[in-house]
Design a protein around this ligand. Structure first.
Ligand SMILES: [Cu+2]
Length: 109
């Protein structure tokens, strides 16, 4: 009886907290400042949540260079964040759509 209860509770938690479950694999961050993504190349394990935060005083975006784009942020104002969970191994290039010379790479392996 108690086994059934706890199993049901666990299922409920997983349904309510999928983000937390994915985040268990880890979180890594990329800082945007002075028209630069830092680090320019970030290596993470599959399942990692990557969070970009704009510390610049002008808007920037984070757009995958894949066709079609694998991810695309809106314009991020100062201190705005954007996040993507990278489930699959691979090399994910991205850039800022407002300043195309701003480029970065997420290596998932
Ligand atoms: Cu930009």
């Amino acid at each position: 009886m108690s086994g059934l209860l706890s199993r049901r509770r666990a299922a409920l938690l997983l349904a309510v907290l999928p983000a937390v479950r994915a985040g268990a694999a880890g979180v890594a961050s990329v800082t945007i400042d002075n028209f630069t993504f830092t680090p320019a190349v970030l290596t993470v394990a599959p399942g990692t949540r990557v969070v970009w935060i704009n510390r610049d005083d002008i808007p920037h975006t984070v757009v995958s260079d894949a066709r079609p784009p694998a991810f695309r942020s809106h314009a991020l104002d100062t201190d705005d964040t954007f996040e993507v969970v990278f489930d699959r191994p691979g090399r994910w290039g991205y850039f800022c759509a407002l300043h195309a010379h701003m480029q970065g790479t997420i290596l998932v392996r």
